[in-house]
Design a protein around this ligand. Structure first.
Ligand code: ADP
Ligand code: MG
Length: 273
């Protein structure tokens, strides 16, 4: 029998440390990241600790570094300085425990796969090498398709679906993975209200099961209902705290300054006081 291969590898790191109760889901220390050839840093001295079960909204204007941070947590590139530890392991080592839903613009929707095949990709982190999907994997895929209300679209090419349907398929892929940490990059952009509500219902349910959510958004209106904590990012952490404490005029002004535009969220002239 071949040796059991438990998960995927990134930069030769392997997921070895089991979760210790009370340990953070995520611990980032002094993370600084600069894209090759870029003038300035995308992230500068970001430190963040997230406990299991937290619902964290990552908020910030365009270019604040939300996507960069989420990709680094997902282990998609190596941080040049600082550390990112996910459930006790270096970021990228525990692929099966971290589900990542990229921002729409980061996905090539022309890729020739069906919706069901996309969702099955969520199971690959569990499969390791040389193993075909079992009935457990197929069941997880069908369950996720049904939860996201896309079962009837399962045999369609992903490129044929509407934006909202594609987003639901990507969410289904994350659910099928049965990961402990869900990283969602602007999952609500350009979605109609029923689709947003479906997604929030599923996310609330995931959190109730003890899963940890980190969701980037620039829709401040969704914070009070669906998140316990908000981290305002602008290259560095500007504000970090419980939603009901940080969602104040003063904080918003500090976080956004003049960059907050009325259509991006709650804003009125009193906030400048
Ligand atoms: P956000 O998701 O908050 O809009 P990003 O993480 O996409 O922010 O971008 C943070 C900064 O990094 C921006 O200044 C952006 O222009 C830059 N950036 C993002 N992706 C790349 C890339 N692939 N190459 C060079 N610079 C990038
Ligand atoms: Mg982004």
């Amino acid at each position: 029998m071949p040796p059991e291969i438990t998960n995927t590898f990134t930069y030769g790191r392997v997921c070895t440390v089991p979760t210790v109760p009370g340990e953070p889901a995520l611990e980032i220390k002094e993370l600084t990241f600069t894209y090759p050839g870029a003038d300035g840093t995308a992230l500068d001295g970001v430190s963040l600790m997230v406990m299991p079960g937290e619902k964290v909204a990552l908020v910030g204007p365009n270019g604040a570094g939300k996507s960069t941070l989420i990709k680094l947590i997902a282990g998609l590139s190596r941080p040049p300085s600082g550390s990112i530890v996910v459930y006790g392991n270096m970021a990228g080592a525990c692929h099966h425990r971290v589900a990542y839903v990229p921002q729409r613009g980061d996905v090539d929707w022309r890729f020739p796969v069906t919706a069901r095949e996309v969702v099955m990709m969520g199971r690959y982190a569990h499969l390791g090498w040389l193993r075909w999907p079992s009935h457990v994997d197929h069941e997880a895929v069908e369950r996720a398709l049904a939860t996201m209300n896309v079962a009837d679209l399962a045999d369609k090419q992903i490129g044929e679906l509407s934006g909202g349907q594609q987003q639901r398929v990507m969410l289904a892929r994350a659910l099928a993975q049965e990961a402990d940490l869900l990283l969602l990059d602007e999952p609500l952009n350009n979605l109609d209200v029923p689709t947003q509500e479906l997604i929030f219902g599923v996310l609330d349910d995931q959190a109730a099961q003890g899963r940890t959510l980190i969701v980037s958004t620039h829709d401040l209106g969704v914070l009070p209902l669906h998140f316990t904590r908000a981290v305002f990012l602008d290259g560095h952490v500007v504000v970090d705290g419980p939603v009901n404490e940080v969602l104040t005029a003063r904080t918003l002004l500090r976080a956004y300054g003049v960059r907050l535009h009325p259509h991006e969220g709650i804003w009125d002239d009193d906030m400048a006081d």
